[in-house]
Ligand binder design. Structure first.
Ligand code: FE2
Length: 286
């Protein structure tokens, strides 16, 4: 190989690595206004921060560049609750790193976490991971927690991973009065197929990574789901009209938010799909 060719390949490799780092590490903060028909007026402006799919690498003992960047971002965001729909990591070391990052945030009413398929891998020490996650917030395994916002209730319910059929929605929602607002955390948007059985105002999910490798317009090619289409429910806020294809019984008034999440799975790459955290501001529909 000539010196000129060698220099060409070195330059091309350096540029590709710089682009890969940009695509996988430049975390964006997505701000979403979500209008929920049953949301009480006295809770207008309630802010939900979503950090999903951190996928801290298995051998990590300290935060990498992406985790450090995420910590810095979280420190500056005012929110009422932090919701974490799974896939923080699948070893105790990795989850410890993830928890330290999550603790950079200061949610007024706490952090609520569910498990993803990452924490439910057959070889993973799931119970050990739950113990680690409990240092970061309340882990909701098919159960709910009641928040008191100036005397008004908001329920945060969480199911175990729907991807592995470990979700028990009725159990998670048991005891919640019909008239009180409910936000559900579930790792994967497949929970949409069960929402006809529930009274939920907003379901918050991750898992898809927004497709991770997307078309130039940012839409997903494949979202790793068992729903009818390979690119279903990749990322964003979905209304009942968007969800009717996936649940013929209807989802009632529920909205579904799917986050691209922060990390990567399988290959450490993203394309046209930067990592994201999301700040949802909730209010009643006009
Ligand atoms: Fe994931």
């Amino acid at each position: 190989m000539t010196t000129r060719k060698l220099l060409y390949w070195v330059a091309a490799g350096t540029a590709a690595e710089a682009w890969r780092r940009y695509e996988t590490e430049s975390i964006r903060l997505l701000r979403v206004d979500a209008a929920l028909p049953r949301w009480p007026a006295h809770l207008n402006g309630f802010r939900v921060l979503v950090v999903s799919d951190m996928h801290v690498r298995r051998g990590a003992k300290s935060p990498g560049r992406r985790e450090k960047r995420l910590s810095r971002i979280l420190k500056d965001i005012a929110c009422d609750v932090l919701l974490v729909p799974g896939d923080c990591g699948n070893t105790r070391n990795a989850v410890r790193v993830a928890v330290n990052v999550l603790r950079s945030a200061c949610p007024r009413y706490g952090t609520y976490i569910t498990l993803g398929n990452g924490e439910n891998k057959p070889w993973a020490d799931t119970q050990g991971l739950v113990k680690e996650l409990q240092h970061g917030g309340r882990v909701l395994m098919n159960e709910s927690a009641r928040i008191d916002v100036n005397g008004h209730p908001v329920w945060i319910a969480g199911v175990d991973d729907p991807f592995e059929d470990k979700d028990r929605l009725s159990r998670a929602l048991a005891g919640i009065p019909e008239s009180e607002p409910v936000i559900l955390i579930a790792h994967t948007p497949e929970i949409v197929t069960r929402l006809h059985r529930a009274k939920v105002d907003l379901a918050v999910c991750g898992h898809t990574h927004g497709g991770q490798v997307c078309r130039p317009d940012g839409t997903a090619i494949w979202t790793q789901m068992s729903l009818q289409t390979r690119d279903a429910l990749g990322a964003g806020l979905y209304l009942p009209v968007h969800l009717s294809d996936y649940n013929k019984s209807g989802v009632g008034d529920a909205r579904l938010f799917v986050s691209r999440g922060v990390g990567t799975a399988r290959l450490p790459i993203r394309l046209h799909c930067r990592p994201e955290i999301a700040l949802l501001t909730l209010h009643g529909a006009e």
